[in-house]
Design a protein around this ligand. Structure first.
Ligand SMILES: C[S@@+](CC[C@H](N)C(=O)[O-])C[C@H]1O[C@@H](n2cnc3c(N)ncnc32)[C@H](O)[C@@H]1O
Length: 219
């Protein structure tokens, strides 16, 4: 499965070519993911989205960041390498196999000591966080039917200046009513998008980056 981009391939490639390129470890991870994950390699975020996330994290300077859906580690690397001194990243996933690749590349990038990986359903990991654990940055990119639960667990702990990014929210344009798609993932993303647009607790920007990235902050 190729990485899905909501933009036409030529303009998506142009955007990637005009963003800060992946570093050596990120390039190695792209190659390793293609080799190891085969048809699942398209789950990895693109280099342009990784560059965007690194810039954002560098600005936000989060003391505590959360990622829901780590896979082989590209997005977590983009976050971890931009963390400030002492910043921590909690990674949630259910796959030992995919996250072994992530661990390997975190070590190569010298960021393993700032990441805590928990292998368990993410809703359990998030619910187990202390109620007063402030989250400064979060990236949600796991099973689509779980997104709403992850959003609620994170939002209740989101710092006043914190940001949540939610991935795949345009879902290859299948969110459009006339797409004909009615599978559970599409319906879950549509329902979340409709909910977010009217959620008075937050301010929302739907970005046409990658496969659609929704950016949320508290009002
Ligand atoms: C789209 S991939 C994440 C891609 C990753 N962000 C990257 O850029 O490489 C989704 C990941 O979510 C994980 N996942 C699926 N269901 C989950 C659940 N209930 N709890 C935690 N992780 C889950 C999968 O194992 C998979 O690694």
């Amino acid at each position: 499965m190729a990485r899905r981009s909501i933009a036409a391939a030529d303009i998506a490639d142009y955007a990637t070519a005009h963003s800060t390129p992946p570093d050596e470890v990120q390039r190695a991870l792209q190659t390793a993911t293609t080799e190891i994950a085969g048809p699942f390699a398209g789950m990895q975020i693109g280099a342009d989205q990784g560059a965007f996330m690194s810039v954002l994290v560098s600005i936000l300077q989060p003391a505590f960041a959360v990622e829901v859906g780590t896979f082989t580690g590209y997005s977590s690397l983009a976050i971890a390498k931009a963390l400030p001194e002492g910043g921590r990243l909690l990674c949630c996933d259910i796959s030992e196999e995919w996250t072994d690749v992530a661990r390997d590349h975190w070590a190569k990038a010298g960021v393993a000591d700032r990441i805590d990986l928990v292998i368990a359903p993410a809703v359990e990991t998030l619910a187990a966080l202390p109620a007063d654990q402030q989250i400064d940055f979060a990236f949600i990119d796991a099973d689509k039917t779980g997104y709403r639960s992850y959003y609620e667990e994170i939002l209740q702990r989101l710092a006043p200046q914190g940001v949540i990014l939610i991935d795949n929210t345009l879902w290859g344009a299948q969110v459009l009513a006339d797409s004909g798609a009615e599978d559970d993932d599409t319906q879950a993303i549509r329902a979340l998008n409709d909910f977010l647009a009217t959620d008075e607790r937050v301010e929302v920007a739907q970005l046409t980056l990658g496969d659609g990235v929704t950016m949320v902050r508290r009002r």
